[in-house]
Design a protein around this ligand. Sequence first.
Ligand SMILES: C[S@@+](CC[C@H](N)C(=O)[O-])C[C@H]1O[C@@H](n2cnc3c(N)ncnc32)[C@H](O)[C@@H]1O
Length: 201
Amino acid sequence: MTCEEIIAEIKEKALKERVPIMEDEGLDYLCSFLKEHEITSLLEVGTAVGYSSIVMAYRNPQLHIMTLEQDEERYREAVNNIARCNMQDRITAINTNAREYETDMVFDVIFLDGPKAHNQQLFERFEKNLNEKGYFIIDDVYFHGFLEQPEQLRSRRLKKLVGKLEEFIKNMMSNPDYRCTYLKIGDGVLVAARKENTTDE
Ligand SMILES: C[S@@+](CC[C@H](N)C(=O)[O-])C[C@H]1O[C@@H](n2cnc3c(N)ncnc32)[C@H](O)[C@@H]1O
C-alpha cells in the first residue's frame, strides 16, 4: 500500500468511527502554510489517530512533528498509523494530558487542535516553546458556525465552550505580541504570528 492509500484508509476509518479529524480545507491550508514558511518543526496538541500529523509530514518532507494525545486508545492507533507510513523518524506521538505536559523543545509552529475550551491555557503553557519566528495556529475557532450564531446554542455546556472560544479569540486579537489572522477556512483557523519577527509589518 502507498502512503496515500494508507492516509485515505485512516481518514475513512476515522470518519466512520466518528473520530474528529481536520476538515480537508483547513488541512490543505495548513500544509500550504507550512510549505510557504519553510517550517521544519511543529508541536501538535490533539493527535487523535495521527491523521493530520501524517498528512502534514507527507506533504512537507522537511517537517518534524511532536504530537500529544491523552486518549490511550487513539494514541495507540496513531502510533500504529505512523509506523504504517514509515514516519516514526519524523513524527513523535506522546500519550499525555497536554494541559500538564512540559518540554524544553522549541518549535516553529504550535498547532492547537485539542480541547477547545482550554486553548487559552494551552497557549500560555506552550508560549515558551515557540520559536521567536514562530506561529500559533488554532483550528476550529469558528466552531461549526456557532461563534457567529450563538442564539442557535441550546446546551449550557456548548454555550460555555463557545463563550470561552470567543474570549480566547478576543485575547489573541488584542495580544500586542502577535499579529492574528482569523480565517473562515474549514471550521475556522486562527493564525498568530509573533509580531517582532514578521517581515511584512
Ligand atoms: C479534533 S481531535 C484531533 C484531530 C487531529 N488533529 C486530526 O486532525 O487528525 C482532538 C483530540 O484532542 C484530544 N485531547 C483532548 N484533550 C486533550 C488533552 N488535554 N491533552 C491531549 N489531548 C487531548 C482528544 O482526545 C482528541 O483525540
